[in-house]
Design a protein around this ligand. Structure first.
Ligand SMILES: *[C@@H]1O[C@H](CO)[C@@H](O)[C@H](O)[C@H]1NC(C)=O
Ligand SMILES: *[C@@H]1O[C@H](CO)[C@@H](O)[C@H](O)[C@H]1NC(C)=O
Ligand SMILES: *[C@@H]1O[C@H](CO)[C@@H](O)[C@H](O)[C@H]1NC(C)=O
Length: 463
């Protein structure tokens, strides 16, 4: 019975191709864009709705234009022949987005949802819409509070962190082409809650953090061509849970954090040519666990964090030309352990975090020209110590974190144009204090962190 239904649908579908697109509701829309048995990563627009893209229908061996804002996880696998579905009103599709052929609801392929793209000039899109997580190889040493840096050759350097034996000095490299991890040179000092920045010459500068003897003022440079670390100038003040920002003039700004004496107001600049640190203006407010972003005008925005009086909603701007910090508009909500991301439209999105009212799902946008924060759509899941990554399509991917229910595996996408959050495929492992890196192939690598089983070595790719 089901097989007959599918065959009838397949025939119906074939007929639609012959008679061309019909905008009657319920009609399956078609497209000519994807002609191979598995859709390429670069697809041509098949509808005026940009969320629609071509999926390969394995039974009819034809492409279908469907709304793909759905996670692979919410779709059931096809029968073992990879052609049929017992799910009602669905067809088996194969697409490089989901790892296996899945049953796709045909109402998502209606010409109402995906009105045909009428003009002849097809637009090549490189972003991915049916998004899902795939496991990739695990890192060698489970850890959290580590850093991840994308080297200029596309490899990802994981450095330091905290594992089952305490602070780590080990570092590992992930090669996106082989998906393999190798160990590389070890740092001279084990550290976690440090920062890592890529310098203009491709070296990675690791700064401060907490080591076996307490907070650190030391800094080290990783040379990707030799795979070794060398000591460089030490900061004036030891600190951890600070922020680092790469200024347009190539210097590295470090601000705030903790040391043995408490919350820090001081900021310092690292000059890569002399390898020395100098003090720059103090922030107006001492803060730790804050976040920093480089704005389109070259100034640095720091927002939130905490100090001895509690959680902060204040924000300030650093002007690299004067070395002075000035207060700007305050966030609507005080928070620390949040994320701050510079969007493709130049605004800054702050999401989640923790404050006296608990774990936050709220998000706000900073508009540089107005110097003000505005509340935007809230995430469905409250979380802190999550990650935020800007995808090639401009959307912001928020992954994992921690809240009252424990470790979070949920993933949400922020859409700039609607200011709304879209629920996406969840990671297979709940985790917080992991890292998320945008690979040169556009995929997002999430690595390590802490979850239900303790320190994590697992890694996942969002593609
Ligand atoms: C169905 O697809 C899966 C994953 O792509 C593959 O491993 C399996 O061999 C396929 N089975 C058939 C009968 O083609
Ligand atoms: C599905 O697509 C994958 C590549 O994405 C391909 O290797 C596989 O053979 C396809 N399976 C079927 C049943 O078409
Ligand atoms: C906490 O996270 C879980 C997912 O891990 C989610 O189901 C729950 O709704 C979250 N709690 C709040 C208050 O958002």
């Amino acid at each position: 019975m089901q097989r007959i239904l599918i065959e009838v649908m397949t025939m119906l579908y074939t007929v639609c191709i012959v008679i061309g697109s019909d905008t009657a509701s319920g009609q399956i829309s078609t497209c000519e864009c994807c002609s191979s048995s598995h859709c390429p990563l670069t697809v041509e627009q098949c509808s005026v709705n940009l969320d629609c893209e071509c999926l390969w229908v394995t039974m009819s061996e034809r492409p279908m234009c469907a709304d793909t804002v759905v996670s692979c996880q919410d779709l059931v696998p096809c029968e073992i022949d990879n052609k049929t579905c017992t799910e009602p009103s669905s067809v088996c599709v194969n697409n490089s987005r989901c790892s296996i052929p899945v049953c796709f609801p045909i109402d998502r392929a209606s010409s109402q949802r995906c009105p045909p793209w009428t003009t002849k000039n097809s637009v090549t899109r490189t972003d991915n819409y049916v998004l899902g997580w795939l496991n990739t190889n695990s890192i060698r040493f489970a850890r959290y509070y580590h850093t991840a840096s994308i080297l200029s050759d596309g490899r990802v350097l994981i450095a330091g962190g905290f594992g089952s034996n305490g602070p780590l000095n080990s570092a590992e490299l992930y090669d996106p082409s082989t998906e393999l991890w190798i160990t590389t040179g070890t740092m001279s000092v084990a550290r976690y809650m440090h920062t890592a920045s890529i310098l203009a010459d491709g070296k990675v500068l690791v700064v401060g953090g907490f080591g076996p003897m307490g907070s650190l003022n030391s800094a080290e440079l990783y040379n990707p061509s030799t795979g070794t670390w060398t000591k460089t100038g030490s900061m004036c003040v030891a600190r951890y849970s600070h922020t680092t920002s790469i200024l347009n003039n190539g210097k590295i700004l470090v601000g705030g954090g903790f040391d043995a004496g408490g919350y820090l107001q001081s900021a310092e600049l690292y000059d890569p040519s002399s390898e020395l640190w100098t003090n720059t203006g103090n922030m107006n407010i001492a803060r730790s666990l804050h976040r920093a972003c480089i704005l389109t005008n070259g100034k640095v925005l720091v927002a939130g964090g905490s100090d001895s009086s509690g959680y902060l909603n204040s924000a300030e701007l650093y002007d690299p030309s004067t070395g002075v910090w000035t207060k700007t508009g305050s966030m609507n909500f005080a928070r620390h352990f949040h994320t701050a991301s510079i969007l493709t439209n130049g605004k800054v999105l702050v999401a989640g975090g923790f404050s006296s009212s608990g774990y936050l799902n709220s998000a706000e946008l900073f508009d540089l020209s107005a110097g003000r924060w505005k509340i935007t759509g809230s995430m469905s899941t409250a979380r802190c110590y999550h990650t935020a990554s800007i995808l090639t399509n401009g959307r912001v991917l928020i992954a994992g974190g921690y809240n009252y229910s424990g470790y979070v595996n949920s993933v949400e996408l922020y859409d700039l144009s609607t200011e709304l959050w879209i629920k996406s495929d969840s990671m297979s492992n709940p985790r917080y204090s992991h890292t998320a890196s945008i690979l040169i192939n556009g995929k997002v690598l999430v690595a390590a962190g802490y979850g239900d089983t303790g320190y994590l070595s697992s890694a996942e790719l969002y593609a």
